[in-house]
Write a protein that binds this ligand. Structure first.
Ligand code: AHM
Ligand code: MG
Length: 315
């Protein structure tokens, strides 16, 4: 077995950058432990606050954010933290070379029903400021708290999976992940159909038509409602994830956040041979205008993403 520490030490990257990934892994292992016992310890339900996006915060959102912050404070190489749960960026050790952008607990509306949630993170060069293109990410990853806790990591070249062991270490379980180029699974919240644009309608209608439609094959729909769980499935067996712009999210620019949801997932998917787009532009090419900026997100199997782009090209 290869541990995450051994694997990180063997990577051709700055050991300080590797230490940032190790820090996020350690935070994730601690969050996994808290989540596993939360119904017993009573750490469920609302914390009674709203975050910067006006959403109710769960107790566990706050707890997870505190765990990440605490781990980051102990790594002298991290000077900046952007979190979904914090209105402003936090300046920590001034000399640290790296910035972390994180959603400490994504999909937290699923917590009360014991469905997979996750921690998403992106690592950037702090000296280049808060608002960098996703293509500038130095590393990205997520932890998926499911039947097993998976940690999926990239330094931009390939995507690697680790699994949390009983002793709290992460063991390497899959290297060189490849998102299959075609797939018969799509993930979108179909309850929003009345709000969709013509491109989303067109693409999904083709999938629903299955073998009788232009795609000529049958599709299945899967929507967990936790981006981490949906993306993990796509990394493992292909598919497409869509949270497009619709008539309700258009005023905000989208639903999901660019810095700590879309960008890290896009880097992981692209490093595994998949593609990512807003429908009109590659996600990783966008220049952020704010730390909590929202964007349309379409990513996964290359052929499916290309089909969606084709629909946007007609509009
Ligand atoms: P969150 O960061 O507040 O948890 O929201 C993000 C989540 C994603 O995990 C998921 O893909 C999406 O929001 C679900 O949205 P919806 O409730 O519209 O299905
Ligand atoms: Mg969240």
């Amino acid at each position: 077995m290869t541990t995450l520490s051994d694997w990180l030490a063997a990577q051709p990257v700055d050991p300080k950058l590797a230490s940032v990934v190790a820090t996020m892994a350690a935070a994730s292992a601690e969050i996994a432990e808290v989540l596993r016992r939360a119904p017993i310890t009573g750490q469920t339900g609302l914390a009674g606050h709203t975050n910067v996006q006006g959403e109710a915060q769960k107790a566990l959102d706050v707890i997870s954010n505190d765990i990440v912050l605490n781990h980051i404070r102990h790594n002298p190489d991290i000077s900046l933290l952007v979190s979904e749960e914090l209105d402003e960026a936090v300046h920590i050790q001034n000399q640290g070379r790296f910035m972390v952008a994180t959603d400490p607990l994504d999909g937290s509306s699923n917590l009360d029903v014991n469905v997979t949630v996750g921690t998403i993170f992106s690592v950037l060069d702090a000296s280049k400021g808060l608002l960098q293109r996703g293509s500038s990410q130095l590393a990205a990853g997520y932890a998926a708290y499911g039947p097993a806790t998976s940690l999926v990591v990239t330094f931009g070249q390939s995507t690697t999976v680790f699994t949390l062991d009983a002793d709290g270490t992460f063991q390497l379980t899959q290297e060189g992940l490849q998102v299959s180029s075609s797939s018969g699974e799509y993930a979108i919240n179909t309850a929003r159909e009345r709000l969709w644009d013509a491109a989303t309608r067109g693409y999904v209608a083709e999938n629903v038509a299955g073998e009788t439609g232009p795609a000529g094959k049958r599709y299945n729909m899967r929507w967990v409602g936790s981006m981490v769980a949906d993306i993990h499935r796509i990394l493992m067996r292909g598919g497409i994830f869509m949270y497009p712009l619709d008539s309700e999210t258009v005023s905000k620019g989208g639903r999901l956040r660019l810095l700590y949801e879309a960008n890290p997932m896009a880097l992981l998917i692209e490093a595994a041979g998949g593609r990512s787009t807003t429908g009109r532009e590659r996600i990783l090419d966008l220049v952020p205008t704010g730390i909590h900026q929202r964007v349309p997100v379409i990513l996964g199997s290359a052929e499916e993403v290309t089909r969606v782009e084709g629909w946007y090209g007609r509009g």
